[in-house]
Design a protein around this ligand. Sequence first.
Ligand SMILES: Cc1cc2nc3c(=O)[nH]c(=O)nc-3n(C[C@H](O)[C@H](O)[C@H](O)COP(=O)(O)O)c2cc1C
Length: 185
Amino acid sequence: MSIVETLINRRAIRNYISTPIEEEKIEKLLKAATYAPNDRLREPWHFYVIREESKQNYQAMALEFLQERFPTKPHLIQESVKVLEQTPLIIVVTADVIPGDPASSTDNEYAACCAIHSMWLMAQELGLGMVWRTRGVGLVHDERLYRFIGSPENKKVVGSLFIGYPQAEATPTKRTSYKEKTTWL
Ligand SMILES: Cc1cc2nc3c(=O)[nH]c(=O)nc-3n(C[C@H](O)[C@H](O)[C@H](O)COP(=O)(O)O)c2cc1C
């Protein structure tokens, strides 16, 4: 598949079958990530692989978050728990924060985002489905997730990647033409 076809065909996949992901494939995802561009080769990313027992713990943490955040929406909580239960693998990605250097810290976040996109494309090649989550059960903006990954110093969580073998073909999403998003100066 050409690069443009790969880019056009990449989709956010949110529903998976329960088959676990082979360790070899997880390593391929992680390896793909490390080739992402990054300023001054700081390689400012770290990956936390969550599956099996640690995924059970993630689920418990997410349930606590959901009950606190959506006390009047049991249906939403139930749906979110179902999503977690059927997700065999979660990878949390952090970017290094450089104390006293906000500009470089921001560049580090950009680099971690590039790494995530590389993983997304690699997942596609491996026949896996992936979605980058920040909201809800992604927990990216919740302190609990920092504690969960061991409260590392000077790291900012940029994404929780939910990964699994897809349940079904994803439906295409629409894009606005670059013509409406571009100013030729
Ligand atoms: C930074 C970022 C955060 C996202 N957060 C979520 C999320 O919390 N939950 C979710 O279901 N999808 C999330 N997504 C996936 C987008 O919703 C998805 O990419 C979008 O709907 C377009 O679909 P496509 O990727 O299949 O083209 C996120 C994507 C990005 C880049």
